[in-house]
Ligand binder design. Structure first.
Ligand code: ADE
Length: 336
């Protein structure tokens, strides 16, 4: 981890760092999210010209699209420290105040899963974000009352997989709102080629495209898959990852040609077969899959929705036409 990055995380809230070595080290190395990056560069340059902290920034989007990476790159590019924590790790108001007090001027404070901040902690953030102040309540003696404290300018970078769960008072205090999108196949293939180089493995254009097509639009998954494909290639004595090598490995991992894994397919099968195409509530579906509703909603659903496998109606989740087409191709007949 670079020296300017410090972590304040409870163990359960550590972000997935498995692709740490493959993460871009500068904005120039960052592939994809072109519009977001172009705008970000303008906002950072303007803040630097004015000798100000970058405005507070909210990054929304499904897991693995690069929210943490972007926060790290912003701090690096602005030449400041990054303090990284997460919503659930800031349990009490005092935890937040200690964090804020420890910041150097212009530092970036990264709060992952910011939608999981408690209400009391969130309310302390409002005046902090608005005018760099917070009130400390003194309840005892002659000095009873509120004492206003000021803190140095800083940038709050909030990240959330549940943009809709951010309260409007909190959302309205962010000056910059970015919604990260699933990556295109071309961008993912470029990420895979870059990672292959860093991992010292040879991959051809079709091999990288195959991984790109099967990684659910997500760089973190692409980087995980290339490591597993490399394992198969190594053990089978393949010196180059071709389409054949990549397909073989991904089939062995039960990742189908659309990038869907077992749980994705189970969700579709339940919606089509058990619930006969009727809308199903999230908790019912989660119980049928033996999964946490949050995992379905924040990790699985966004890709299935974006790719047109399911739709969301006021009465619940429903299989879309593409789910029927997909299952027809991949469903295995039951042996009776
Ligand atoms: N590794 C993971 N995400 C990446 C990205 N967006 N660009 C380059 N390398 C990456």
């Amino acid at each position: 981890m670079p020296e300017h990055i410090q972590r304040d995380m409870s163990p359960h809230s550590l972000p997935d760092d498995t692709d740490c070595g493959l993460r871009p080290q500068s904005l120039d190395e960052y592939i994809g999210q072109k519009e977001t990056l172009a705008n970000l560069r303008v906002f950072m340059a303007a803040a630097q010209q004015r000798h100000e902290a970058l405005d507070h920034l909210l990054l929304s989007g499904p897991p693995g699209l690069g929210k943490t990476t972007l926060a790290q790159l912003i701090a690096a590019e602005m030449g400041v420290n990054l303090r990284a924590t997460s919503g659930p790790a800031i349990e009490r108001p005092i935890d937040l105040l200690i964090l804020l007090n420890s910041l150097q001027p212009y530092d970036v404070l990264f709060i992952d899963e910011i939608h999981r901040l408690s209400r009391v902690v969130e309310e302390i953030l409002y005046p902090v974000m608005e005018d760099l102040s917070f009130d400390r309540i003194l309840s005892k003696g002659a000095a009873a009352g509120a004492v206003r404290h000021k803190i140095a300018p800083f940038t709050l970078v909030g990240a959330t997989t549940k943009g809709g769960a951010i309260s409007s008072p909190l959302r309205s205090r962010f000056g910059i709102l970015f919604q990260l999108e699933f990556y295109t196949h071309d961008d993912l293939a470029a990420i895979v080629r870059r990672s292959a180089k860093l991992l010292n493995i040879e991959i051809d254009a079709e091999g990288s495209l195959e991984i790109a097509k099967r990684c659910r639009g997500t760089p973190r998954i692409a980087n995980r898959l290339i490591k597993r494909v490399r394992d198969f290639a190594q053990v089978n004595g393949d010196s180059v990852i071709t389409k054949t090598v990549a397909s073989y490995a991904l089939d062995r991992l039960s990742i189908d040609e659309c990038g869907l894994d077992r749980l994705d397919r189970l969700i579709l099968e339940l919606l089509v077969n058990r619930y006969k195409g009727e809308p199903v509530g999230l908790s019912t579906l989660a119980a049928a899959c033996q999964e946490e509703p949050e995992n379905l909603e924040e990790v699985y659903e966004p890709y299935l929705l974006a790719e047109g496998f399911i739709t969301k109606t006021p009465r619940g989740r429903q299989a879309a036409q593409r789910a029927y087409e997909h299952l027809k191709l991949t469903i295995t007949p039951r042996s009776s």
